[in-house]
Design a protein around this ligand. Structure first.
Ligand SMILES: Nc1ncnc2c1ncn2[C@@H]1O[C@H](COP(=O)(O)OP(=O)(O)OP(=O)(O)O)[C@@H](O)[C@H]1O
Length: 489
Protein backbone atom coordinates (compact mmCIF):
# COMPACT_ATOMS: atom_id res chain seq x y z
CA UNK A 1 0.00 0.00 0.00
CA UNK A 2 1.34 3.44 -0.96
CA UNK A 3 1.75 5.60 2.13
CA UNK A 4 0.28 9.08 1.88
CA UNK A 5 2.41 12.14 2.52
CA UNK A 6 1.64 14.47 5.38
CA UNK A 7 0.41 17.10 2.88
CA UNK A 8 -1.91 14.58 1.25
CA UNK A 9 -3.30 13.52 4.59
CA UNK A 10 -3.79 17.15 5.61
CA UNK A 11 -5.58 17.96 2.37
CA UNK A 12 -7.80 14.89 2.79
CA UNK A 13 -8.55 15.95 6.35
CA UNK A 14 -9.53 19.44 5.20
CA UNK A 15 -11.78 17.95 2.54
CA UNK A 16 -13.53 15.71 5.10
CA UNK A 17 -14.03 18.66 7.45
CA UNK A 18 -15.44 20.76 4.63
CA UNK A 19 -17.79 17.94 3.69
CA UNK A 20 -19.06 17.57 7.23
CA UNK A 21 -19.54 21.30 7.48
CA UNK A 22 -22.01 21.39 4.62
CA UNK A 23 -24.29 18.61 5.88
CA UNK A 24 -27.36 19.70 7.83
CA UNK A 25 -27.00 17.07 10.58
CA UNK A 26 -24.77 17.76 13.55
CA UNK A 27 -21.62 15.58 13.63
CA UNK A 28 -19.62 15.21 16.82
CA UNK A 29 -16.86 12.83 17.88
CA UNK A 30 -15.38 12.34 21.29
CA UNK A 31 -12.49 10.11 22.41
CA UNK A 32 -13.10 7.44 25.04
CA UNK A 33 -11.56 9.70 27.68
CA UNK A 34 -13.98 12.51 26.80
CA UNK A 35 -11.86 14.79 24.59
CA UNK A 36 -13.98 16.44 21.89
CA UNK A 37 -12.30 15.53 18.58
CA UNK A 38 -14.71 16.77 15.98
CA UNK A 39 -17.60 19.25 15.99
CA UNK A 40 -19.21 20.47 12.76
CA UNK A 41 -21.00 23.66 11.74
CA UNK A 42 -24.49 22.17 12.10
CA UNK A 43 -23.71 21.46 15.77
CA UNK A 44 -22.39 25.02 16.19
CA UNK A 45 -25.75 26.26 14.92
CA UNK A 46 -27.79 23.88 17.08
CA UNK A 47 -25.88 24.65 20.29
CA UNK A 48 -25.04 28.31 19.59
CA UNK A 49 -21.34 27.63 20.14
CA UNK A 50 -18.15 27.71 18.06
CA UNK A 51 -15.87 24.83 17.20
CA UNK A 52 -12.98 26.47 19.05
CA UNK A 53 -15.04 26.43 22.26
CA UNK A 54 -15.49 22.68 21.95
CA UNK A 55 -12.69 20.87 20.11
CA UNK A 56 -9.88 19.71 22.39
CA UNK A 57 -11.97 20.30 25.54
CA UNK A 58 -13.32 17.58 27.81
CA UNK A 59 -17.00 16.84 27.31
CA UNK A 60 -17.72 17.12 31.05
CA UNK A 61 -16.31 20.70 30.92
CA UNK A 62 -18.29 21.80 27.87
CA UNK A 63 -21.48 20.05 28.96
CA UNK A 64 -21.43 20.85 32.67
CA UNK A 65 -24.00 19.10 34.82
CA UNK A 66 -24.52 16.34 32.25
CA UNK A 67 -25.07 12.89 33.66
CA UNK A 68 -26.01 10.75 30.73
CA UNK A 69 -23.20 11.04 28.19
CA UNK A 70 -23.77 8.83 25.21
CA UNK A 71 -20.00 8.20 25.42
CA UNK A 72 -20.48 6.36 28.74
CA UNK A 73 -23.26 4.22 27.31
CA UNK A 74 -21.33 3.32 24.14
CA UNK A 75 -18.09 2.67 26.07
CA UNK A 76 -19.97 0.32 28.36
CA UNK A 77 -21.66 -1.46 25.50
CA UNK A 78 -19.88 -0.67 22.19
CA UNK A 79 -22.90 -0.85 19.92
CA UNK A 80 -24.78 1.81 17.97
CA UNK A 81 -27.33 3.78 19.99
CA UNK A 82 -30.20 4.87 17.79
CA UNK A 83 -33.00 7.44 17.98
CA UNK A 84 -32.03 8.89 21.33
CA UNK A 85 -33.84 12.07 22.43
CA UNK A 86 -32.11 14.65 24.55
CA UNK A 87 -32.99 18.11 25.82
CA UNK A 88 -30.31 20.20 27.47
CA UNK A 89 -28.82 23.66 27.72
CA UNK A 90 -25.55 24.18 25.88
CA UNK A 91 -22.67 26.22 27.31
CA UNK A 92 -23.90 29.20 25.32
CA UNK A 93 -27.17 28.96 27.30
CA UNK A 94 -29.17 27.77 24.29
CA UNK A 95 -31.89 25.19 24.86
CA UNK A 96 -31.23 22.23 22.59
CA UNK A 97 -33.71 19.51 21.78
CA UNK A 98 -32.18 16.78 19.62
CA UNK A 99 -32.59 13.30 18.30
CA UNK A 100 -29.28 11.53 17.68
CA UNK A 101 -27.55 8.26 16.86
CA UNK A 102 -24.19 7.35 18.40
CA UNK A 103 -21.69 4.85 17.00
CA UNK A 104 -18.53 3.25 18.41
CA UNK A 105 -15.32 3.88 16.43
CA UNK A 106 -12.63 1.18 16.63
CA UNK A 107 -8.94 1.53 15.85
CA UNK A 108 -6.76 -1.58 15.76
CA UNK A 109 -9.70 -3.50 17.18
CA UNK A 110 -9.95 -1.19 20.20
CA UNK A 111 -12.75 1.28 20.90
CA UNK A 112 -11.16 4.69 20.53
CA UNK A 113 -13.98 7.18 20.02
CA UNK A 114 -17.71 7.69 19.93
CA UNK A 115 -19.30 9.44 16.95
CA UNK A 116 -22.71 11.10 17.25
CA UNK A 117 -24.92 12.39 14.49
CA UNK A 118 -27.80 14.55 15.69
CA UNK A 119 -30.61 16.66 14.35
CA UNK A 120 -32.62 19.18 16.30
CA UNK A 121 -36.24 18.21 16.90
CA UNK A 122 -37.81 21.45 15.69
CA UNK A 123 -36.19 20.86 12.30
CA UNK A 124 -37.49 17.28 12.29
CA UNK A 125 -40.99 18.61 13.08
CA UNK A 126 -40.62 21.10 10.24
CA UNK A 127 -39.60 18.30 7.91
CA UNK A 128 -42.60 16.18 8.89
CA UNK A 129 -44.93 19.15 8.41
CA UNK A 130 -43.39 19.86 5.02
CA UNK A 131 -43.91 16.28 3.93
CA UNK A 132 -47.49 16.27 5.18
CA UNK A 133 -48.15 19.60 3.50
CA UNK A 134 -46.78 18.37 0.22
CA UNK A 135 -49.60 15.83 0.14
CA UNK A 136 -52.10 18.63 -0.05
CA UNK A 137 -50.88 21.07 -2.61
CA UNK A 138 -54.26 22.83 -2.75
CA UNK A 139 -53.49 25.06 0.24
CA UNK A 140 -50.61 27.14 -0.98
CA UNK A 141 -50.28 29.06 2.24
CA UNK A 142 -49.50 26.17 4.54
CA UNK A 143 -47.00 27.11 7.17
CA UNK A 144 -44.46 24.99 8.96
CA UNK A 145 -45.30 25.77 12.57
CA UNK A 146 -47.80 22.96 13.16
CA UNK A 147 -50.73 24.75 11.50
CA UNK A 148 -52.62 24.55 8.23
CA UNK A 149 -55.00 27.49 8.36
CA UNK A 150 -54.82 31.24 8.53
CA UNK A 151 -57.74 33.58 9.25
CA UNK A 152 -57.95 34.18 5.48
CA UNK A 153 -58.93 30.52 5.02
CA UNK A 154 -62.07 31.00 7.10
CA UNK A 155 -64.95 31.25 4.66
CA UNK A 156 -68.09 33.23 5.36
CA UNK A 157 -69.71 36.50 4.44
CA UNK A 158 -72.31 36.62 7.22
CA UNK A 159 -72.14 39.62 9.50
CA UNK A 160 -71.62 37.38 12.49
CA UNK A 161 -68.64 35.53 10.99
CA UNK A 162 -67.10 38.78 9.75
CA UNK A 163 -67.42 40.21 13.24
CA UNK A 164 -65.84 37.10 14.76
CA UNK A 165 -62.96 37.37 12.29
CA UNK A 166 -62.45 41.02 13.19
CA UNK A 167 -62.40 40.09 16.87
CA UNK A 168 -59.92 37.26 16.14
CA UNK A 169 -57.53 39.65 14.35
CA UNK A 170 -57.59 41.88 17.41
CA UNK A 171 -56.98 38.94 19.75
CA UNK A 172 -53.99 37.91 17.66
CA UNK A 173 -52.18 41.10 18.60
CA UNK A 174 -52.16 40.29 22.32
CA UNK A 175 -50.91 37.36 24.39
CA UNK A 176 -54.19 37.06 26.34
CA UNK A 177 -55.61 33.68 27.13
CA UNK A 178 -58.53 33.00 24.79
CA UNK A 179 -61.46 30.62 25.03
CA UNK A 180 -63.25 29.63 21.80
CA UNK A 181 -66.83 28.55 22.37
CA UNK A 182 -68.92 26.85 19.72
CA UNK A 183 -70.73 23.70 18.76
CA UNK A 184 -68.81 20.84 17.23
CA UNK A 185 -67.63 21.51 13.66
CA UNK A 186 -68.07 25.29 13.75
CA UNK A 187 -64.39 25.93 13.03
CA UNK A 188 -62.88 26.51 16.48
CA UNK A 189 -59.58 24.89 15.55
CA UNK A 190 -59.46 26.99 12.37
CA UNK A 191 -59.84 30.12 14.47
CA UNK A 192 -57.19 28.96 16.96
CA UNK A 193 -54.69 28.36 14.14
CA UNK A 194 -55.74 31.57 12.43
CA UNK A 195 -55.18 33.64 15.58
CA UNK A 196 -51.74 32.08 16.02
CA UNK A 197 -50.80 32.80 12.40
CA UNK A 198 -51.96 36.41 12.63
CA UNK A 199 -49.92 36.98 15.80
CA UNK A 200 -46.41 38.38 16.11
CA UNK A 201 -45.22 34.94 17.28
CA UNK A 202 -46.54 33.07 14.24
CA UNK A 203 -43.13 31.53 13.50
CA UNK A 204 -43.18 29.80 16.90
CA UNK A 205 -44.90 26.42 17.39
CA UNK A 206 -48.63 25.85 17.56
CA UNK A 207 -49.22 22.75 19.67
CA UNK A 208 -52.75 21.33 19.56
CA UNK A 209 -53.87 18.96 22.29
CA UNK A 210 -57.22 17.23 22.13
CA UNK A 211 -58.07 16.81 25.80
CA UNK A 212 -60.77 14.25 24.97
CA UNK A 213 -58.44 11.99 23.02
CA UNK A 214 -55.62 11.57 25.52
CA UNK A 215 -56.07 9.06 28.36
CA UNK A 216 -56.06 10.69 31.77
CA UNK A 217 -53.13 8.55 32.94
CA UNK A 218 -50.92 9.94 30.16
CA UNK A 219 -52.08 13.52 30.14
CA UNK A 220 -49.98 14.72 33.08
CA UNK A 221 -46.68 13.39 31.70
CA UNK A 222 -47.51 14.72 28.23
CA UNK A 223 -48.34 18.17 29.61
CA UNK A 224 -45.35 18.42 31.92
CA UNK A 225 -42.75 16.32 30.11
CA UNK A 226 -40.45 13.75 31.66
CA UNK A 227 -36.80 13.29 32.46
CA UNK A 228 -34.99 10.07 31.72
CA UNK A 229 -35.61 7.52 34.43
CA UNK A 230 -38.68 9.31 35.90
CA UNK A 231 -40.39 5.98 35.41
CA UNK A 232 -39.50 2.87 33.52
CA UNK A 233 -39.04 3.74 29.83
CA UNK A 234 -39.22 7.50 30.44
CA UNK A 235 -37.03 9.63 28.21
CA UNK A 236 -35.97 13.25 28.36
CA UNK A 237 -39.06 14.65 26.70
CA UNK A 238 -40.43 18.17 26.80
CA UNK A 239 -44.12 18.41 27.65
CA UNK A 240 -46.75 20.30 25.65
CA UNK A 241 -46.09 23.54 27.52
CA UNK A 242 -42.38 23.43 26.70
CA UNK A 243 -43.00 22.39 23.10
CA UNK A 244 -45.21 25.44 22.68
CA UNK A 245 -42.51 27.75 24.07
CA UNK A 246 -43.19 31.35 22.99
CA UNK A 247 -45.96 30.05 20.74
CA UNK A 248 -49.50 28.78 21.33
CA UNK A 249 -50.80 25.80 23.27
CA UNK A 250 -54.28 24.95 21.98
CA UNK A 251 -56.31 22.92 24.46
CA UNK A 252 -59.20 21.55 22.43
CA UNK A 253 -62.30 20.07 24.11
CA UNK A 254 -61.12 21.37 27.46
CA UNK A 255 -64.57 20.49 28.82
CA UNK A 256 -63.52 16.83 28.87
CA UNK A 257 -60.60 17.32 31.29
CA UNK A 258 -61.14 15.38 34.50
CA UNK A 259 -61.50 17.32 37.74
CA UNK A 260 -58.09 16.16 38.97
CA UNK A 261 -56.38 17.31 35.75
CA UNK A 262 -58.30 20.57 35.97
CA UNK A 263 -56.69 21.11 39.40
CA UNK A 264 -53.23 20.41 37.97
CA UNK A 265 -53.77 22.70 35.00
CA UNK A 266 -54.99 25.46 37.30
CA UNK A 267 -51.84 25.19 39.40
CA UNK A 268 -49.64 25.39 36.31
CA UNK A 269 -51.45 28.46 35.05
CA UNK A 270 -51.23 30.13 38.46
CA UNK A 271 -47.54 29.37 39.02
CA UNK A 272 -46.62 29.88 35.33
CA UNK A 273 -44.03 27.16 35.87
CA UNK A 274 -43.80 23.49 35.13
CA UNK A 275 -41.61 20.77 36.46
CA UNK A 276 -41.07 17.71 34.27
CA UNK A 277 -41.97 14.44 35.97
CA UNK A 278 -38.89 13.18 37.80
CA UNK A 279 -37.08 16.53 37.54
CA UNK A 280 -36.23 18.92 40.33
CA UNK A 281 -35.80 21.88 38.02
CA UNK A 282 -38.67 24.27 37.37
CA UNK A 283 -39.17 25.79 33.93
CA UNK A 284 -41.07 28.94 33.07
CA UNK A 285 -44.21 28.68 31.00
CA UNK A 286 -44.03 31.17 28.17
CA UNK A 287 -46.79 30.23 25.77
CA UNK A 288 -50.21 31.61 25.02
CA UNK A 289 -53.14 29.36 25.92
CA UNK A 290 -56.10 29.09 23.58
CA UNK A 291 -58.74 26.64 24.71
CA UNK A 292 -61.92 25.47 23.07
CA UNK A 293 -65.14 23.96 24.29
CA UNK A 294 -68.29 22.70 22.61
CA UNK A 295 -70.20 22.68 25.88
CA UNK A 296 -71.38 25.51 28.10
CA UNK A 297 -68.58 25.59 30.68
CA UNK A 298 -70.49 28.02 32.89
CA UNK A 299 -73.31 25.46 33.14
CA UNK A 300 -70.76 22.68 33.78
CA UNK A 301 -69.19 24.83 36.52
CA UNK A 302 -72.61 25.34 38.10
CA UNK A 303 -73.16 21.60 38.26
CA UNK A 304 -69.68 21.03 39.71
CA UNK A 305 -68.21 19.37 36.62
CA UNK A 306 -65.80 22.18 35.79
CA UNK A 307 -63.76 24.19 38.28
CA UNK A 308 -64.94 27.75 38.42
CA UNK A 309 -61.49 29.09 39.29
CA UNK A 310 -60.00 27.40 36.21
CA UNK A 311 -62.86 28.68 34.08
CA UNK A 312 -62.05 32.28 35.05
CA UNK A 313 -58.34 31.73 34.31
CA UNK A 314 -59.20 30.48 30.83
CA UNK A 315 -61.75 33.08 29.86
CA UNK A 316 -60.24 36.58 29.99
CA UNK A 317 -61.19 36.74 26.31
CA UNK A 318 -64.04 34.69 24.84
CA UNK A 319 -64.89 34.26 21.16
CA UNK A 320 -68.22 32.75 20.29
CA UNK A 321 -68.27 30.85 16.99
CA UNK A 322 -71.89 30.76 15.82
CA UNK A 323 -73.53 27.56 14.60
CA UNK A 324 -74.06 27.24 10.85
CA UNK A 325 -77.87 27.46 11.13
CA UNK A 326 -77.42 31.02 12.43
CA UNK A 327 -75.43 32.07 9.35
CA UNK A 328 -77.29 30.61 6.41
CA UNK A 329 -75.72 33.03 3.97
CA UNK A 330 -72.38 31.26 4.53
CA UNK A 331 -73.78 27.96 3.25
CA UNK A 332 -73.51 28.69 -0.53
CA UNK A 333 -69.95 30.01 -0.09
CA UNK A 334 -68.85 27.04 2.00
CA UNK A 335 -70.62 24.65 -0.36
CA UNK A 336 -68.79 26.18 -3.33
CA UNK A 337 -65.44 25.77 -1.57
CA UNK A 338 -66.15 22.12 -0.76
CA UNK A 339 -67.42 21.41 -4.30
CA UNK A 340 -64.19 22.90 -5.71
CA UNK A 341 -62.11 20.87 -3.27
CA UNK A 342 -63.81 17.55 -4.04
CA UNK A 343 -63.81 18.29 -7.78
CA UNK A 344 -60.01 18.31 -7.47
CA UNK A 345 -59.81 15.33 -5.14
CA UNK A 346 -62.29 13.12 -7.00
CA UNK A 347 -61.49 14.36 -10.54
CA UNK A 348 -65.07 15.58 -11.06
CA UNK A 349 -66.57 18.46 -12.93
CA UNK A 350 -69.47 19.65 -10.76
CA UNK A 351 -70.27 23.26 -11.58
CA UNK A 352 -73.41 23.97 -9.64
CA UNK A 353 -75.55 22.69 -6.84
CA UNK A 354 -79.16 22.22 -7.88
CA UNK A 355 -81.73 24.48 -6.32
CA UNK A 356 -83.49 21.52 -4.68
CA UNK A 357 -80.30 20.41 -2.95
CA UNK A 358 -79.48 23.96 -1.87
CA UNK A 359 -82.99 24.22 -0.48
CA UNK A 360 -82.37 21.12 1.66
CA UNK A 361 -79.15 22.71 2.89
CA UNK A 362 -80.81 25.99 3.77
CA UNK A 363 -83.57 24.37 5.83
CA UNK A 364 -81.48 21.79 7.65
CA UNK A 365 -80.39 22.48 11.23
CA UNK A 366 -76.75 21.32 10.83
CA UNK A 367 -76.03 19.81 14.25
CA UNK A 368 -72.52 18.93 13.00
CA UNK A 369 -72.12 22.40 11.47
CA UNK A 370 -69.50 23.08 8.76
CA UNK A 371 -67.87 19.67 9.21
CA UNK A 372 -71.22 18.02 8.48
CA UNK A 373 -71.75 20.16 5.36
CA UNK A 374 -68.27 19.17 4.17
CA UNK A 375 -69.00 15.48 4.74
CA UNK A 376 -72.42 15.62 3.07
CA UNK A 377 -70.96 17.28 -0.03
CA UNK A 378 -68.17 14.71 -0.09
CA UNK A 379 -70.71 11.84 0.18
CA UNK A 380 -72.89 13.28 -2.57
CA UNK A 381 -69.95 13.95 -4.85
CA UNK A 382 -68.58 10.47 -4.36
CA UNK A 383 -71.75 9.25 -6.10
CA UNK A 384 -71.41 11.69 -9.02
CA UNK A 385 -70.05 10.77 -12.45
CA UNK A 386 -67.27 12.81 -14.00
CA UNK A 387 -69.58 13.75 -16.87
CA UNK A 388 -72.08 15.43 -14.52
CA UNK A 389 -72.00 19.15 -13.84
CA UNK A 390 -74.92 19.55 -11.41
CA UNK A 391 -74.97 18.13 -7.90
CA UNK A 392 -78.54 17.38 -6.88
CA UNK A 393 -80.58 15.64 -4.19
CA UNK A 394 -80.32 12.46 -6.22
CA UNK A 395 -76.63 12.22 -5.38
CA UNK A 396 -77.31 12.01 -1.67
CA UNK A 397 -77.08 8.55 -0.15
CA UNK A 398 -80.58 7.52 1.06
CA UNK A 399 -79.75 7.85 4.73
CA UNK A 400 -78.39 11.38 4.34
CA UNK A 401 -81.33 12.44 2.20
CA UNK A 402 -83.69 11.22 4.92
CA UNK A 403 -81.76 13.13 7.56
CA UNK A 404 -81.75 16.35 5.56
CA UNK A 405 -85.43 15.96 4.62
CA UNK A 406 -86.45 15.54 8.24
CA UNK A 407 -86.03 19.30 8.75
CA UNK A 408 -87.76 20.28 5.54
CA UNK A 409 -91.26 20.52 6.95
CA UNK A 410 -90.27 24.05 7.92
CA UNK A 411 -89.98 24.97 4.26
CA UNK A 412 -93.65 24.39 3.58
CA UNK A 413 -94.61 22.26 0.59
CA UNK A 414 -92.15 19.77 -0.83
CA UNK A 415 -90.95 20.08 -4.39
CA UNK A 416 -92.92 17.09 -5.61
CA UNK A 417 -96.16 18.58 -4.22
CA UNK A 418 -95.29 21.95 -5.71
CA UNK A 419 -94.58 20.40 -9.09
CA UNK A 420 -97.64 18.16 -9.17
CA UNK A 421 -99.99 20.65 -10.82
CA UNK A 422 -97.51 22.28 -13.20
CA UNK A 423 -97.12 21.78 -16.95
CA UNK A 424 -93.81 20.57 -18.37
CA UNK A 425 -93.16 24.04 -19.82
CA UNK A 426 -93.70 25.66 -16.43
CA UNK A 427 -91.48 23.13 -14.69
CA UNK A 428 -88.70 23.64 -17.26
CA UNK A 429 -88.96 27.41 -16.93
CA UNK A 430 -88.83 27.10 -13.11
CA UNK A 431 -85.84 24.78 -13.34
CA UNK A 432 -84.03 27.17 -15.68
CA UNK A 433 -84.66 30.07 -13.29
CA UNK A 434 -83.49 28.08 -10.27
CA UNK A 435 -80.36 26.90 -12.07
CA UNK A 436 -79.42 30.48 -12.96
CA UNK A 437 -80.16 31.69 -9.42
CA UNK A 438 -78.07 28.90 -7.97
CA UNK A 439 -75.15 29.69 -10.26
CA UNK A 440 -75.42 33.34 -9.19
CA UNK A 441 -75.34 32.29 -5.54
CA UNK A 442 -72.29 30.14 -6.16
CA UNK A 443 -70.51 32.87 -8.14
CA UNK A 444 -71.43 35.67 -5.77
CA UNK A 445 -73.50 37.47 -8.37
CA UNK A 446 -70.61 37.74 -10.85
CA UNK A 447 -72.36 37.58 -14.24
CA UNK A 448 -69.25 36.71 -16.31
CA UNK A 449 -68.24 33.83 -14.04
CA UNK A 450 -71.84 32.68 -13.85
CA UNK A 451 -72.08 32.58 -17.66
CA UNK A 452 -68.87 30.53 -17.86
CA UNK A 453 -70.25 28.16 -15.25
CA UNK A 454 -73.50 27.71 -17.16
CA UNK A 455 -71.68 27.31 -20.46
CA UNK A 456 -73.49 30.22 -22.18
CA UNK A 457 -72.39 33.67 -23.37
CA UNK A 458 -72.64 36.72 -21.15
CA UNK A 459 -75.22 38.29 -23.53
CA UNK A 460 -77.30 35.13 -23.47
CA UNK A 461 -77.21 35.13 -19.67
CA UNK A 462 -78.35 38.79 -19.60
CA UNK A 463 -81.26 37.84 -21.85
CA UNK A 464 -82.31 35.03 -19.43
CA UNK A 465 -81.87 37.30 -16.41
CA UNK A 466 -84.27 39.84 -17.96
CA UNK A 467 -86.71 37.08 -18.99
CA UNK A 468 -86.89 35.68 -15.44
CA UNK A 469 -86.73 39.08 -13.72
CA UNK A 470 -83.56 38.09 -11.83
CA UNK A 471 -81.35 40.89 -10.49
CA UNK A 472 -77.74 39.65 -10.39
CA UNK A 473 -76.73 42.45 -8.03
CA UNK A 474 -78.84 40.89 -5.27
CA UNK A 475 -76.52 37.89 -5.33
CA UNK A 476 -73.32 39.78 -4.56
CA UNK A 477 -71.65 38.44 -1.36
CA UNK A 478 -73.28 41.19 0.72
CA UNK A 479 -76.78 40.43 -0.47
CA UNK A 480 -76.65 36.63 -0.53
CA UNK A 481 -77.99 36.77 3.03
CA UNK A 482 -80.94 38.89 1.90
CA UNK A 483 -81.66 36.53 -0.95
CA UNK A 484 -81.60 33.42 1.21
CA UNK A 485 -82.88 34.85 4.46
CA UNK A 486 -85.83 32.54 4.64
CA UNK A 487 -88.23 32.25 7.56
CA UNK A 488 -86.18 29.62 9.36
CA UNK A 489 -86.76 29.68 13.12
N1 LIG B 1 -65.51 28.98 8.13
C1 LIG B 1 -64.95 27.86 7.63
N2 LIG B 1 -64.38 27.90 6.42
C2 LIG B 1 -63.86 26.78 5.88
N3 LIG B 1 -63.85 25.57 6.47
C3 LIG B 1 -64.39 25.48 7.67
C4 LIG B 1 -64.97 26.63 8.33
N4 LIG B 1 -65.41 26.25 9.53
C5 LIG B 1 -65.14 24.93 9.65
N5 LIG B 1 -64.53 24.47 8.53
C6 LIG B 1 -64.14 23.07 8.25
O1 LIG B 1 -64.95 22.27 9.10
C7 LIG B 1 -64.19 21.25 9.72
C8 LIG B 1 -64.32 21.35 11.23
O2 LIG B 1 -63.60 22.48 11.71
P1 LIG B 1 -62.88 22.49 13.14
O3 LIG B 1 -62.17 21.21 13.37
O4 LIG B 1 -62.10 23.75 13.24
O5 LIG B 1 -64.16 22.53 14.07
P2 LIG B 1 -64.24 22.54 15.66
O6 LIG B 1 -65.22 23.59 16.04
O7 LIG B 1 -62.86 22.66 16.23
O8 LIG B 1 -64.84 21.10 15.94
P3 LIG B 1 -64.77 20.18 17.28
O9 LIG B 1 -65.44 20.94 18.39
O10 LIG B 1 -65.54 18.96 16.91
O11 LIG B 1 -63.31 19.93 17.51
C9 LIG B 1 -62.78 21.39 9.22
O12 LIG B 1 -62.59 20.44 8.21
C10 LIG B 1 -62.69 22.77 8.66
O13 LIG B 1 -61.86 22.80 7.57
Amino acid sequence: MVKKTYEELESENRLLHAMFDVVSDGAYAVSVDGTVLFYNKAFEKMEGTTRSQMVGKKDFDVYPGFENFQRHVVCKNPEPLRDQHMTYTSISGKKVDIVYNSYPFFQDGKLSAVISIGRDKPSINELVTMVLNSFNSKKSNRVTNGTIYTLEDIIGSSTVIRQTLKQARKMAQSQSTVMLVGETGTGKELFAQGIHNASPYKSRPFIAVNCAAIPETLMESLMMGTVKGAFSGALDTPGFFEQAENGTLFLDEINSLSISLQAKLLRLLQDKKIRRLGDNKERKISCRIISATNQDLFALAKSGLFREDLLYRLTPVIADIPPLRERLEDIPLLAREFVDRFNDELALNIKIISQDLMQLFLYYRWPGNVRELEHIIESAMSLAENTETILSREHLPRMLKKRLMSDQTKSGSSDSEAGANKSLAELLRQYEKETIENALILKNGNVSQCAIQLGITRQNLHYHLRRHGIKAVLYKAQSVGDATDSPVP
